[in-house]
Unconditional design. Sequence first.
Length: 216
Amino acid sequence: MRTSILVILSLLAFSSYAQKYVDTYDPKNEEIKSLLSKQNDLNAFGAADLKVGDLKGERALLVGAYGGFIINRRYLFGVAGYGIVTNVEFDGMVQGQTEMKKLNLHGGYGGLLIGGTIAPKELIHISFPIVLGVGSLEVVDKDFFVNNPADSEFTIENTVFFVAEPGLEVEFNITKYFRLGAGMTYRYVSGSELDNIKDEDLTGTTAMISFRFGRF
């Protein structure tokens, strides 16, 4: 008997709650949850990177910058760009010549930046930046015009390519508005069309240091 009374009371309570929900529910007032909504915390940031890795078997330094927005202190959206700043010299061939000679590599890449951060409020935390975009390279002969020492460079060949570069970075909260990071990336290159350089010569790991500024 006591069990029956409890069941009846439970049904009455559920019925009352359900009726109240039906009476107050208005689908017009229900906002669809999304990453980019006014309820989310949105802050701008900017950063500078130094990357060291191998290009065509030679050690190279790339300098770049990226910026965008941090959503809810965790998700990164923005753009990034990097360029070769050191002299990357290798032995290659010039069309029409039979002997190998010293050639140089110029160029860079950039595109969309996405990523995420684990435990962003902690002193030390992990960040996962990913760059997806395109790049451009030139193979240059610095001594092509031997009779014109003032301007002897000549572009032997050039190309554009697709690049995807995921990374893993350990970040340190130096101040509320400055973070210092260090980590590794893997740069994957596809679609380059050069006689002297292949996709495999541009693909590989890099070590990086990052200086990020913003309201974190």
